[in-house]
Design a protein around this ligand. Structure first.
Ligand SMILES: Nc1ncnc2c1ncn2[C@@H]1O[C@H](COP(=O)(O)OP(=O)(O)OP(=O)(O)O)[C@@H](O)[C@H]1O
Length: 255
């Protein structure tokens, strides 16, 4: 069984006013991700990455197509699918008046977990948040808030962890802390789906890469194969070449 199975997925945003044009954010995406993969989803701004992640996380509906998480359809079997995913969103969304520990306790409650103290302590420890555990969320710096968002996504020990640009604007210490912890979870069997504009992070961490361009999947392969197929000294050079190529159909034949 796949961690993620996506078949003929399309997502179109249709604005309410008649004058505005609709946007096709995802166009016939087919993709399977196996348990235990560390998978990178790359693409320029507006390529469709967050649209795809929102559908996987149950925050948005597909326009058409089928999406399953460990065999559970994200619409028909919403609760089971949602329980298997932990998503770290791009935006810093939080309740300013709860402490860090309260935030994690409340999040555990959303998943019906009553006693989660040991795991919450482990999350606090691994994300270097222990000394901030009893501080209000509003008093934390941006980087600290991001650590809490990561901990929140992990409270229910989801087998699939989705990270939407988790290191955007964060310092080097958090990057190290985060990647060390996420690597450990990946080695323990968690599947990781990462979007990032820091291509070197994807090169270091991901065993397989997909590239989206204007809602189309234009490349999909193991990281080392992408680099050798498209040349260049690193994944960033290969990525630039893939994006620059306009012959989407020739790429698609190879997918
Ligand atoms: N709620 C929405 N309503 C209308 N259009 C949307 C909505 N969300 C995204 N879009 C459009 O869908 C397309 C894909 O956007 P999306 O946010 O999925 O891209 P992205 O790859 O995540 O970009 P970024 O790297 O900037 O986060 C863009 O053209 C965007 O303007």
């Amino acid at each position: 069984m796949f961690s993620i199975s996506i078949e003929q997925l399309c997502k179109t945003y249709t604005p309410k006013g008649k004058s505005n044009k609709s946007t096709k954010a995802l166009d016939n995406i087919n993709l399977q991700i196996r348990p235990g993969e560390f998978f990178g989803l790359l693409g320029q701004n507006g390529a469709g990455k967050t649209s795809l992640i929102s559908i996987l996380s149950g925050l948005s509906f597909p326009t058409s197509g089928n999406v399953k998480i460990y065999g559970h359809d994200v619409i028909r079997d919403y609760r089971k699918a949602r329980n298997l995913v932990g998503t770290v969103p791009q935006e810093l969304v939080y309740d300013p008046f709860f402490t860090v520990r309260e935030t994690l306790f409340i999040q555990s409650g959303y998943f019906g977990i009553k006693s989660n103290d040991l795991w919450i302590e482990e999350l606090l420890e691994n994300l270097s948040l222990s000394d901030k555990a009893d501080h209000d969320m509003r008093s934390l710096s941006g980087g600290m808030k991001r650590r809490v968002l990561i901990a929140q996504a992990l409270v229910h020990r989801p087998p699939l962890i989705i990270l939407d640009e988790p290191t955007a604007g964060v310092d080097i210490e958090l990057r190290h802390t985060l990647w060390k912890f996420i690597s450990r979870l990946n080695k323990e069997g968690h599947t990781i789906l990462l979007t990032t504009h820091y291509i070197e992070e994807a090169e270091d961490m991901c065993n397989r890469i997909a590239v989206l361009k204007s809602g189309n999947l234009i490349a999909l392969d193991e990281t080392k194969n992408i680099m050798s197929r498209f040349g260049g000294k690193d994944l960033e050079e290969a990525f630039v070449k893939i994006i620059a190529c306009n012959e989407l159909s020739s790429f698609n034949k190879e997918i």
